[in-house]
Write a protein that binds this ligand. Structure first.
Ligand SMILES: [Zn+2]
Length: 212
């Protein structure tokens, strides 16, 4: 998990969020079952595109790049079942992979990557992402989302191994080549890359190990 920043609210939400919310709340107040159309208006393509740009097409929670296998789900940070007034609120929307989205369910009070620096709340030990034990919200997030599920650990190990091989090779090279390889390694930790929080921690460890 990395810090995320909200971009500009899409025009379709600026124009309609208040009306959509009012119509939905009226239905609920009248005791009527809201239609799928009323409930699903947040899935407008312009909103999805804006969220994919904002998250670099990665899950806001586990940093998986999922676009090659799935569309990804629009995720309500505060669950829409818990707070229907935030169903169309731009600041409450992000993107999650289908596994994190399903695991999160209607649980509130998880770590919000838009509201804090997750690196202060989770520490990487190799491929494992551990919540700071005194941080109840972080511990709940790790457990609820299953942030050390085997597929994630496997993918993070691949990132670590790649960096390990790159740094291991770099130390044997002349200075100019070594510097170029180190720059390549740094690029692998950019926020647009999958599992960048894990890669950042791994690269710092590898550099220290090799005195680079
Ligand atoms: Zn995820």
């Amino acid at each position: 998990m990395i810090p995320l920043t909200k971009t500009a609210e899409p025009a379709v939400l600026q124009r309609n969020a208040a009306t959509w919310t009012a119509e939905l709340l009226q239905k609920i107040a009248d005791g009527d079952e809201p239609t799928k159309y009323l409930l699903g208006r947040y899935a407008h393509p312009d909103i999805k595109v804006a969220l994919l740009i904002e998250t670099s097409e990665k899950c806001a929670y586990c940093e998986s790049s999922f676009r090659h296998v799935t569309y990804g789900d629009i995720e309500h940070i505060v669950p829409k079942a818990v707070e229907p007034t935030l169903r169309f609120a731009w600041h409450n929307l992000t993107i999650a992979c289908d596994v994190c989205n399903t695991n999160k369910s209607d649980v509130a009070d998880l770590v919000d990557p838009y509201a804090c620096n997750p690196s202060l709340r989770f520490k990487f030990h190799g491929p494992l992402m551990w919540a700071v034990p005194t941080d109840n919200s972080a511990v709940l997030t790790e457990e609820q989302l299953d942030l050390n599920r085997s597929k994630l650990v496997e993918r993070r190990c691949e990132r670590i191994e790649f960096l390990r091989n790159l740094i291991g090779s770099a130390v044997t090279k002349p200075q100019a080549i070594r510097d170029a390889m180190l720059r390549r390694a740094e690029r692998e930790t950019l926020e647009t890359k999958p599992y960048s929080a894990c890669a950042t921690a791994a690269l710092a460890n590898l550099r220290a190990l090799h005195g680079l």
